[in-house]
Design a protein around this ligand. Structure first.
Ligand code: 3EB
Length: 320
């Protein structure tokens, strides 16, 4: 599957999931590895491409690749027993934001967080709640305005030992889109943890050539702030309603021309591998032509079984 922030033939980054054996030969761009297993019969590689030739830089536990407009990168933090997840997340996020500033990128656009043992409880707080606390304090520590500067994000359970963060930054202006069916995550009440999740439901970029791209955060069966439905099929249907509402909101609020059918790539996270078939049937019916990558991953709330994210893309030329 290929995702093009600025459609072109240069590779900004590739990511493989679950260590698939036959890696295609791709030129340029760093390659990142995520341990979570891919579900389904066809293994996909995620590829971010762009229209400018990028430059790669490798530092300790941090690799990034950038053009004048986009930066993709990967940061790993080997969690050690002596410090909390909260402090590891805080220092990793601060390092990431310092990089964004040092490289003169306007903002963090999209972040994927792989959090080991995301649902387990340590030092009195769930790991996901510690994650939210560390991320919030890092954003505030680096002078970010929440919600104004909040990136679109996904936070799921990682299958590796390390905390791993994959990110995109941009120099382009972006617009945030919140979901009218859901309370914004940054306004969730305290029952979900001492600090609310700092992310936007989606971020929209409009390129100078008139093309648009909508980066949709991990979206689950949450209405208001509450989880809905026990069964995975109903959770999937509710999640699709949330996605539809988000696209509608982008059209209404920002005069976006994006349509439901402009989804170019989807990632679907499943807590239980055996839910693949029922979920795939529902998602494929809703998106008959969209590349979909299924990953086994724990979802941040223990009652949630499925989470869906995606990129919606439209090229101006196709509209004329
Ligand atoms: C939700 O709507 C589901 O903490 O970065 C989805 C995407 C979720 C991102 C995050 C959390 C995050 O609250 C959970």
């Amino acid at each position: 599957m290929s995702i093009d922030p600025a459609p072109g033939s240069h590779v900004l980054a590739t990511i493989d999931y679950g260590g698939i054996s036959a890696m295609p030969r791709v030129t340029g761009g760093p390659h990142f590895h995520v341990a979570n297993r891919q579900l389904g019969s066809t293994a996909l590689i995620e590829m971010w491409t762009t229209d400018q030739s990028p430059v790669i830089e490798r530092r300790e536990r941090l690799t990034f690749c950038k053009t004048d407009i986009y930066m993709a990168g990967y940061l790993e933090n080997p969690l050690n027993a002596s410090s909390s997840l909260e402090s590891a997340v805080n220092s990793s996020m601060q390092r990431l934001l310092e990089l964004v500033r040092e490289q003169r990128f306007a903002r963090l656009l999209r972040v994927w967080n792989y959090v080991p043992a995301i649902n387990s409880r340590e030092n009195g707080l769930e790991q996901y709640q510690q994650f939210c606390l560390g991320r919030h304090d890092a954003f505030v520590g680096q002078g970010l305005n929440i919600p104004l500067d909040a990136p679109a994000a996904t936070a799921v359970g990682g299958r590796a030992e390390n905390l791993a963060i994959f990110f995109l930054a941009t120099t382009e202006p972006v617009m945030s889109v919140e979901n009218p069916r859901q309370i914004s995550a940054f306004r969730y009440p305290q029952q979900y943890g001492p600090r609310s999740p700092s992310f936007s439901r989606a971020l929209l970029t409009k390129r100078k050539d008139g093309g648009e791209q909508l980066y949709v955060s991990g979206t689950a069966s949450v209405v208001g702030h509450e989880s809905r439905h026990k069964e995975v099929a109903s959770q999937t249907e509710e999640t699709l309603l949330n996605l539809r509402a988000l696209i509608e909101q982008a059209r209404r609020q920002h005069r976006s021309l994006l349509r439901w059918t402009d989804a170019t790539t989807l990632k679907i996270y499943l807590r239980n591998a055996e839910d693949f078939e029922p979920v795939e049937r529902i998602v494929a019916a809703a998106f008959p032509t969209t590349a979909a990558l299924y990953l086994e991953a724990d979802i941040c709330r223990h009652e949630l079984k499925v989470e869906i994210e995606g990129v919606w893309n439209c090229k101006k030329s196709l509209r004329e």
